[in-house]
Design a protein around this ligand. Structure first.
Ligand SMILES: [Zn+2]
Length: 339
């Protein structure tokens, strides 16, 4: 597939200005996505066959074996989207490199799509930013484990609504209407894994740790009872937050720093964030945190963009799955979380 080989990394845009100019050419967009999806040459997305003809006028491939057609969008988060690739790629550039997140209103103004479309695009891009959840172990420690609650301020809630949510979730006081998130930070790898959890009970937290952390690694937590008994499988050390926040190496300040970044991104949120949506905001923040530039890892905007672009395949979310509704002109604007 000679037509892709010329596409060296150096040719790719290095900043937003260059990206907007470069991706104006639809063929450049297709070449880049195809190159990242099929570095060894295009393979049929339906049957895996490696002989596919490119129909230049329609910019799609046709498989020589199963005779089915496909585009670079087929089988990715971009599937079935009427939005042209140049807008997609510029939106992707913007979101992966926005330090504190970016709202659908900003995307709407920046690339000239409706706010509703921008909202949907952002959720699809967040799905691309999600890392592979099936990792077993990988975190060798020391690992900090902690949990946090995210959601509206119960003091600002109407009392009927508060009572209804309290009855539904069983959470009390300051936790009414909030969603639990569990996270782990590997200090050696300087990577975070975090996800929305149904609760912070022992079974939930310890299952997450067992899935991610190598047995007998050092695990640091606070004194929360959900971590009791962890010492059977790990070197578990506890910092008692009613006494102190740091006990030598034993602290959870790294993961707490991640929580404050996540909350800063979500700041100003007084709408109830459904756990279903919150998970994708967590994914977005994890991506940004794990791919931040450090002295040892001088990653730049282009690297982050390319990485996210390699993760668009094999994932899909429809408007209906996101909102429970079929899109039409009467659909109200989706809720926006103001950043
Ligand atoms: Zn095929």
């Amino acid at each position: 597939m000679l037509r892709y080989i010329h596409l060296a990394m150096d040719e790719c845009p290095k900043n937003l200005m260059e990206a907007a100019r470069y991706f104006k050419d639809r063929n450049a967009c297709i070449d880049l996505i195809a190159f990242l999806r099929w570095p060894q040459g295009v393979k049929c997305v339906h049957c895996g066959h490696d002989k596919c003809g490119f129909l230049k006028t329609r910019r799609i491939w046709k498989c020589a074996k199963c005779r089915k057609q496909f585009s670079v969008k087929t089988g990715t988060v971009l599937e079935d989207s009427p939005i042209p690739l140049d807008k997609w790629l510029v939106a992707l550039w913007l979101i992966v490199n926005a330090k504190n997140g970016i709202s659908s209103w900003e995307i709407h103004r920046s690339i000239g799509v409706t706010q509703k479309t921008a909202w949907f695009m952002l959720h699809r891009i967040r799905l691309a930013m999600q890392d592979d959840r099936k990792h077993l172990f990988g975190f060798g420690g020391p690992v900090e484990s902690d949990e946090t609650y995210i959601g509206p301020n119960p003091q600002k809630m109407h009392k009927d609504r508060k009572a209804r949510i309290q009855a539904r979730d069983g959470l009390k006081g300051g936790l009414v209407g909030k969603t639990a998130v569990h996270g782990m930070l590997d200090r050696e790898l300087r990577q975070v894994r975090a996800q929305v959890v149904p609760n912070v009970k022992r079974e939930v937290l310890q299952d997450a740790i067992l899935d991610n952390v190598t047995p007998f690694a050092k695990v640091y937590t606070d004194e929360w009872s959900g971590y009791d008994g962890l010492g059977k499988k790990f070197v578990h050390e506890v910092v008692n937050h009613s006494m102190e926040y740091v006990k030598g190496q034993v602290h959870t300040q790294g993961i707490e720093n991640f929580w404050s970044l996540l909350k800063r991104t979500l700041r100003g949120t007084y709408v109830a964030v459904e756990p279903f949506h919150l998970d994708r905001y967590v994914d977005e923040q994890v991506f940004r945190f794990n791919n931040r530039a450090t002295k040892d890892n001088p990653i730049d905007d282009r690297d982050r963009f390319m990485l996210a672009l390699t993760q668009i395949s094999g994932k899909r979310i429809t408007y209906k799955e996101l909102t429970g509704k079929v899109p039409d002109n009467t659909t109200p604007e989706p809720p926006e979380i103001p950043f």
